[in-house]
Design a binder for this molecule. Structure first.
Ligand code: ADP
Ligand code: MG
Length: 598
C-alpha cells in the first residue's frame, strides 16, 4: 500500500526522462536523426553536408557540415532541451525562416543514443568536442579540426529497448534515411550532399546542380528529361519547379515533392492542388508527379502544427489553391503531351511474353517508373497497358514550337478500323484515336461555356420523359438547379419520371435517357453537395463521352479533316477526358530505330 501511494505521488520528471519522452515524438528511427541533424546543418548555412551511415543508421549516423559552427562555450547548451538560437520570443513563431526552432532535437537524440559533437566557428583557431551518452553530459574539451559541425550518433535506442524493437531491416532504415536526404537535397539547391553507407557512397549531389539534375540523380533520366517547368507569381506567393507529364502518374503520392521556403512538405492540400491541376489529364485515382517549391512570407503560414513539422497551415488556403492550380495547369497545357511513338515500339511483341527492354532503349532498372504505370493503366486500351518508361520525349523546346500539339492538317488521311485516323506529318506520322479526340474537344467546348457562365442549351419542343423511379427522381430534383448550370434542364413529371426539357447544344446526338442516368449515377457516387464543381465536371465528362464520335463510326475525309482542324484550336487536345492519350506520334527517328537503320 505504502509503495502504491509513493508511486502515485506527483513529481516533476527528471530531465533525462523528459527528454526521452520528447524523443518519442520526433525521433522514431535513424531517418528522424538524419532529418534533424541535416536540418540543423542547413540552418547553420552549410554548403556541403556529409552523411555517413552504418547499419541503416542504427549503428551510426554521422553528419558533418561546413556551416557557422557552435561557439565552444555553447556546445553543452546545444544539447539542453529548449535551448535554441533560432527563436527568442513567442512572436518569432509567426515568421519562422529556419527549419528548426523547438530546441529539442539534440537533447532528444542524446537521451536515446551515444553522441559526440565537434564544432568550430570561423573566429576560432580551435574547436570543441563533447560526449553526451544517454543524456549524461561529458566535459567539453578543446579539439582541432575544420570550421563547421560534426555530430555522431551511435547505437540509437541502446537504452530504450522497446523503441529499438520497432526498427526494421537495415535496407528499410537506409531507404528512409536516403529518402530524407534526397528530399532535402531537392529542396536545397545550392547545397551539396554526400551519403555513404557502410563506407560505400550511395548518393551524391554537387552544390551547383539544379533541380532537374537532382531529380535525374534521384529518380533517373527518363523522368528528369520529361519534366515540364512551372512558374508563377502573385503578390504573396511564388511557385517554381516542375511537373511530370501525365503518363508518369503513379499509384501513390511519393513523387509529389513540395517545398515551402526550403522545407520539404507533405500536405493533403498540396496533393489536391496537383489533382485539380491535372483534372482530365490523368486517369482517375492516379497521382501526378511533381517537384514544386513555394515561396511566401513566413507570416502567411503556420509551421508549428506538428512536432516533425511535416505539415503546415496556410493562412489563405483558398487563394493559394487557386493560384497554384492555375500556374501548374498553364504549364501543362502549353506542353506537347502526345505520347512519343518510340515508347510504343518496345511493346510490339506478343502478349504474355515477359517485357524486355529493347536494346535501343535506355531504360534504367533502377528507375522503374514505367513498371508500375503498366500495372494500373486502363484495361480497355491494351496498346497502352504495356507502356514503359519514356525513352524519347518531346523536349521543351520542341513542344513550344508545336504548342497545343496539333499541326496543320495537310496530306492524306486514313481511317483504320473505323477507330483510328492516321496522318502523315513532315517528320513522321501520327495515329489519332478519333473518339478520344472528339470527346476531349466536346468537353473543352462545354467547359469554356461553363466558365463563361453560359452553356448553350438546345430546348426541346416536347420534353423527353425518362423513367427513373420515385427515390431517384427525388435525388435528382435536389440537384435540378446545379444541373441547369451545365445545361441539363430537368423537371419532375409525376412521381418517378424526369422530363428532359433541354440539353447542352454542343452535344452530338444526345441520348436523354443515358444522360439522366449518368447524372444520377454521378450524384449517388460522389454524394456531392448541389453545385459542387466536381459533380458538374463529372457530368460534363460523361455527356461529352456519350455524345462523341465513337470508335466504330465511319468518318468521311471531310469529317476527319474537320475533327483534326478543330483540335488545332484548343490547347489541350492531347489526352482524352479520361486522361488517356488521344494520339501517338512516330518521328522518322523512331522509324529508323525500329528498322535498325541507326
Ligand atoms: P533547434 O534546431 O530547434 O534550435 P536543436 O536541438 O536541433 O534545436 O539544436 C539546438 C541548437 O544547437 C541550435 O539552435 C543551434 O544553435 C545549435 N546547432 C545544432 N546543430 C548545429 C549545426 N550543425 N551547426 C551550428 N549550430 C548548430
Ligand atoms: Mg534542429
Amino acid at each position: 500500500m505504502q509503495d502504491l501511494v509513493r508511486k502515485s505521488a506527483i513529481a516533476v520528471l527528471p530531465e533525462l526522462v523528459r527528454n526521452q519522452i520528447a524523443a518519442g515524438e520526433v525521433i522514431e528511427r535513424p531517418a528522424s536523426v538524419v532529418k534533424e541533424l541535416v536540418e540543423n546543418a542547413l540552418d547553420a548555412g552549410a554548403s556541403r553536408i556529409a552523411v555517413d551511415l552504418e547499419e541503416g543508421g542504427v549503428k551510426l549516423v554521422r553528419i558533418a557540415d561546413d556551416g557557422c559552427g557552435i561557439a565552444p562555450g555553447e556546445l553543452e547548451l546545444a544539447f539542453t532541451a529548449h535551448a535554441t538560437s533560432k527563436l527568442a520570443a513567442v512572436e518569432d513563431l509567426d515568421h519562422i525562416a529556419t527549419l528548426g526552432f523547438r530546441g529539442e532535437a539534440l537533447a532528444s537524440i542524446a537521451s536515446v543514443a551515444r553522441c559526440r559533437a565537434y564544432s568550430r566557428t570561423r573566429e576560432r583557431e580551435l574547436g570543441a568536442q563533447v560526449d553526451v551518452d544517454g543524456g549524461r553530459m561529458g566535459e567539453a574539451r578543446e579539439a582541432g579540426g575544420a570550421v563547421g559541425t560534426r555530430i555522431e550518433v551511435r547505437e540509437l535506442f541502446y537504452n530504450t529497448p522497446a523503441r529499438r524493437r520497432f526498427l526494421k531491416t537495415t535496407a528499410t532504415e537506409l531507404g528512409r534515411c536516403l529518402d530524407v536526404v534526397q528530399r532535402l537535397a531537392l529542396a536545397q539547391t545550392g547545397v551539396g550532399f554526400v551519403v555513404t553507407h557502410d563506407g560505400r557512397r550511395v548518393f551524391e549531389v554537387e552544390p551547383s546542380m539544379d533541380l532537374r539534375s537532382r531529380v535525374r540523380r534521384t529518380f533517373g533520366a527518363e523522368l528528369a528529361d520529361a519534366l515540364v517547368a512551372v512558374e508563377g507569381v502573385d503578390d504573396a506567393t511564388r511557385i517554381e519547379g516542375f511537373v511530370a507529364p501525365p503518363r508518369f502518374a503513379r499509384n501513390d503520392t511519393t513523387r509529389q515533392v513540395w517545398f515551402l521556403n526550403g522545407r520539404p512538405l507533405r500536405d493533403k492540400l498540396l496533393s489536391r492542388i496537383l489533382r485539380e491541376a491535372h483534372r482530365g489529364l490523368v486517369v482517375d485515382n492516379r497521382q501526378p508527379v511533381a517537384f514544386l517549391a513555394l515561396a511566401m512570407d513566413p507570416a502567411r503560414v503556420d509551421v508549428n502544427v506538428h512536432p516533425a513539422k511535416a505539415e503546415v497551415r496556410f493562412r489563405e488556403e483558398r487563394r493559394m489553391f487557386g493560384f497554384a492550380v492555375s500556374a501548374i495547369r498553364r504549364s501543362l497545357l502549353a506542353t506537347d503531351l502526345a505520347t512519343p511513338g518510340a515508347r510504343m515500339l518496345g511493346m510490339a511483341q506478343p502478349r504474355g511474353e515477359p517485357e524486355v527492354a529493347p536494346t535501343w532503349t535506355s531504360r534504367r532498372p533502377s528507375a522503374p517508373v514505367g513498371a508500375d504505370a503498366a500495372a494500373s493503366a486502363p484495361r480497355e486500351t491494351p496498346l497502352f497497358v504495356r507502356e514503359v518508361a519514356p525513352t524519347d520525349v518531346a523536349t521543351p523546346a520542341a513542344s513550344a514550337a508545336q504548342r497545343g500539339g496539333e499541326r496543320e492538317v495537310r496530306g492524306p488521311l486514313l481511317q483504320i478500323a473505323k477507330t483510328y485516323i492516321v496522318r502523315a506529318l513532315d517528320d513522321g506520322f501520327e495515329i489519332v484515336d478519333q473518339h478520344a479526340l472528339h470527346e476531349r474537344l466536346t468537353l473543352e467546348l462545354l467547359r469554356e461555356e461553363l466558365a463563361r457562365g453560359q452553356i448553350e442549351v438546345q430546348r426541346r419542343l416536347v420534353p423527353e420523359l425518362v423513367e427513373v423511379g420515385a427515390a431517384q427522381a427525388e435525388t435528382l430534383e435536389a440537384h435540378f438547379e446545379a444541373l441547369a448550370r451545365v445545361g441539363l434542364l430537368f423537371a419532375r413529371f409525376g412521381t418517378g419520371t424526369i422530363a428532359v426539357h433541354g440539353l447542352p447544344a454542343r452535344l452530338r446526338r444526345p441520348r436523354p435517357d443515358e444522360i439522366v442516368r449518368d447524372a444520377l449515377d454521378s450524384i449517388e457516387r460522389t454524394g456531392a453537395a448541389p453545385g459542387a464543381e466536381d459533380l458538374l465536371e463529372e457530368i460534363l465528362h460523361r455527356a461529352a463521352c456519350r455524345s462523341s464520335v465513337m470508335a466504330g463510326d465511319e468518318l468521311s475525309e471531310i469529317e476527319m479533316r474537320a475533327l483534326l482542324a478543330r483540335a488545332r484550336e484548343t490547347d489541350h487536345a492531347q489526352t482524352c477526358a479520361h486522361g488517356r492519350p488521344t494520339r501517338v506520334r512516330f518521328t522518322l527517328a523512331d522509324l529508323e530505330r525500329a528498322f535498325h537503320r541507326r
